[in-house]
Ligand binder design. Structure first.
Ligand code: FES
Length: 283
């Protein structure tokens, strides 16, 4: 067979490529999708309000809490959500410092997503063209000392497995919120079962985030990847097979869960503002 030798490395100018497909489509989608989410979630986190409905005195409303604000350590000033673990804003909190429950906790799920192996590959391409896509020329401004994740600061991406442990705790907490969303305050002062559109929105949020979290590469390694002989560990192998199913759909769950967690916050926010109404389907 005839061979045509190619010199290595292939030096290309920025965005230069021989690819003829739409290699720019996915980075562009990532840039727009992730960019929109970052803008919205940052805005929502700084609002410090409209993060729940169905508080301790709201008769007839399901208990819905925005996932951006869960868990609530302290409520925002002047707010009583009924979800705060430690009560109202403490008296020692400086008056000049914005107190938003979301800002206290969002670093954990945010850090988990930011350090995710899939997202890293996606946003390196979309946000700083490293490279813009496979076999596409990189910008030359980084110079020869750039070593990506081998050096500071990107070497800190290896912290991902520890964010995974936190993310697993968040799934349990959000599942608890979904359970609470199935109850509303009746005229008699007791909580009664009821299924509303909001309960479904919160429950689906747990399903999608769970699918994303349990499809994590680190989790796959933890449940089965440590063994040299997989067939010798039947339970591990079974769990690994199931996690592998999610792992092979990790990108899908990454985007669906990203969209849905943002939508869930928007749903709770709009209901809390009285723009939308949370319709009860059952109960
Ligand atoms: S690799 Fe994506 S969440 Fe861990």
């Amino acid at each position: 067979m005839a061979q045509s030798p190619l010199p290595l490395p292939q030096i290309r100018g920025f965005l230069e490529t021989q690819r003829r497909d739409r290699w720019w489509a996915m980075p562009l989608f990532t840039f727009l999708g992730l960019g929109a989410f970052i803008v919205y979630s940052t805005w929502a986190a700084f609002q410090a309000g409209h993060y729940f409905i169905g508080g301790p005195t709201q008769i007839g409303a399901q208990e819905l809490l925005s996932p951006f604000y869960s868990p609530v350590l302290w409520d925002a000033p002047g707010v009583t959500s009924g979800h705060a673990w430690l009560g109202p804003t403490p008296s020692w909190w400086p008056a000049w410092l914005l107190m938003s429950p979301a800002l206290l906790i969002l670093w954990a799920p945010g850090g988990f997503r930011f350090t995710c192996y899939y997202y890293r590959g996606a946003y390196y391409k979309a946000f700083w063209a490293d490279p813009a896509n496979c076999a596409v020329g990189e910008p030359g401004f980084r110079g020869t000392s750039y070593r990506g994740e081998q050096k500071f600061p990107l070497i800190f991406q290896n912290i991902h497995r520890y964010f995974l442990y936190l993310a697993l705790v968040f799934i349990v907490l959000l599942a608890h919120d979904a359970w609470r969303s199935l109850w509303y305050l009746g005229d008699d002062g007791a909580r009664h079962f009821g299924l509303s559109v909001g309960s479904l929105v919160l429950s689906l949020n747990v399903v999608f985030l769970g699918g994303y979290t349990l499809g994590c590469h680190c989790w796959r390694h933890i449940v089965g990847g440590r063994h040299d002989c997989m067939s010798c560990h039947a339970t591990s192998h079974k769990a690994w097979t199931r996690v592998s199913w999610l792992n092979s759909r990790h990108m899908l769950f990454a985007w669906v869960s990203l969209f849905w967690v943002g939508f869930t916050d928007a749903y709770v926010r709009l209901c809390s503002m009285g723009i939308w109404h949370d319709w009860r389907i059952l109960g």
